[in-house]
Design a binder for this molecule. Structure first.
Ligand SMILES: [Zn+2]
Length: 186
């Protein structure tokens, strides 16, 4: 199988070129939620030479507060970002795309056209594990992406965890008495 592609998210629609200049950074890394239970994903940039005397750090980041529509700048150093750089994701083995959920209300499908094959991930980084929904013929693996390098790693333990959630959902959907089932694993 070819190397899978990661379905990137453009959550805020930032102009990363401009942002890199403004922040004095080297490059844009990715957009993701850096802390659990944080409703605002961050656009994360990397700076190889931060101005330490002004308190700058290696990973400046931007986010917009959706209530006040205010742009915020924050930053992390290497040790801090090392704790959150691996992000939960799903690798669809049919379309060979890797998907992740950037926000608690970001319901992200893979690229399969067939509903029976398609898999979705939802829930951002809010819960113990992201929620997934998938069709009867779906074929996928749970994995994690390094948001700073796009490296992918597969974790067997979490695979089992998500598998249970998925099977529960399918079981619920096949119950003819259940008119409508919500996709939740909580
Ligand atoms: Zn797919």
């Amino acid at each position: 199988m070819k190397k899978p592609k990661i379905k990137k998210v453009d959550w805020y629609g930032f102009n990363h070129k401009k942002a890199v200049k403004k922040l004095g950074a080297d490059r844009f890394c990715n957009e993701f939620t850096v802390r659990k239970n944080d409703g605002s994903p961050r656009a994360v940039y990397y700076s190889s030479n931060p101005n330490r005397s002004e308190g700058h750090k290696s990973y400046p980041m931007l986010h917009v507060d959706s209530f006040t529509d205010t742009l915020y700048v924050s930053a992390m150093d290497q040790e801090e970002i090392d704790e959150c750089r691996w992000y939960p994701a799903i690798h669809c083995l049919h379309c060979n795309w890797i998907i992740f959920s950037i926000h608690r209300h970001h319901f992200n499908p893979c690229k399969c056209r067939s509903k029976k094959k398609r898999v979705y991930i939802d829930g951002g980084r809010e819960y113990y594990a992201p929620r997934i929904v998938f069709g009867d013929n779906a074929n996928f693996k749970n994995c994690e992406i390094d948001m700073l390098t796009d490296e992918i790693r597969y974790s067997e333990a979490e695979n089992e965890l998500l598998g249970v959630h998925g099977e529960t959902l399918v079981a619920l959907r096949k119950d003819k008495n259940a008119k409508r089932t919500k996709c939740t694993s909580r």
